[in-house]
Design a protein around this ligand. Structure first.
Ligand SMILES: CC(C)(COP(=O)(O)OP(=O)(O)OC[C@H]1O[C@@H](n2cnc3c(N)ncnc32)[C@H](O)[C@@H]1OP(=O)(O)O)[C@@H](O)C(=O)NCCC(=O)NCCS
Length: 187
């Protein structure tokens, strides 16, 4: 009898995720419910990202999986991007958090996860990325600059969430970056 059951989480993912792509080392795939806690652990290891509740990562896996991606290798999650389409703005993908574990940094994984989202058929109509960055997050700024450069797109920066909007907890200014146009519009 042929055993068709997946032997690892990776093979399970490959079988069930039509938008999965491979890099040399990683499987980039849509997150599933079982990934929520692993994502929380990854984020907790990636300052200066805000660590949200495990529940919030479960919700992202459950309801926003089509616009989020995880990078998996040997059953470990080393990368994650959370994103969503702002209501009524189908041509925009808003990137919330991008995290790459220290052991996976410096090899283009952050950038590759972002482009893998844009390659998904359900996001084919996206024309610009939006995100926010802190003033001192050089790695994040360089990563988004590299994405813009590689897609021949421009970057506009403007104020969005000033520090006082975060209440008494100390939080950096979060400035809005708009990257686009990502693809020529038809005609
Ligand atoms: C930001 C982060 C996701 C980058 O991941 P990565 O896979 O190492 O990034 P990439 O290899 O795709 O790099 C893309 C570009 O950013 C640059 N970059 C990456 N890390 C950098 C760093 N620490 N300092 C300066 N530039 C950096 C790369 O040199 C590359 O630019 P280049 O093409 O001009 O050479 C990762 O460092 C991280 O998880 N940091 C902690 C969490 C965070 O700050 N997330 C971003 C906020 S949403």
């Amino acid at each position: 009898m042929i055993d068709t059951a997946p032997t690892t989480s990776q093979t399970y993912s490959q079988q069930s995720d039509a938008s999965a792509v491979h890099t040399d080392r990683y499987l980039l795939r849509t997150p599933a419910r079982r990934d929520g806690y692993d994502i929380w652990q990854l984020i907790s290891a990636c300052p200066p990202l805000d660590l949200n509740s495990v529940y919030s990562y479960l919700l992202l896996c459950e309801h926003f999986d089509k616009t989020c991606v995880v990078a998996e290798t040997d059953g470990q999650i080393d990368g994650f991007v959370s994103a969503y389409q702002p209501p009524g703005r189908d041509d925009v993908l808003f990137i919330w958090q991008v995290a790459v574990h220290e052991r996976g940094r410096g090899h283009g994984l952050g950038q590759r996860m972002l482009t893998s989202l844009l390659e998904r058929p359900n996001l084919a109509h996206v024309r610009s990325l939006e995100t926010t960055v802190g003033p001192d997050n050089a790695a994040s700024r360089r990563m988004f600059a590299a994405v813009a450069r590689n897609m021949g797109a421009g970057i506009e920066e403007s104020p969005l969430f000033e520090p006082e909007l975060f209440g008494p907890q100390a939080h950096d200014d979060e400035r809005l970056l708009k990257i686009g146009p990502l693809r020529p519009t038809p005609g």
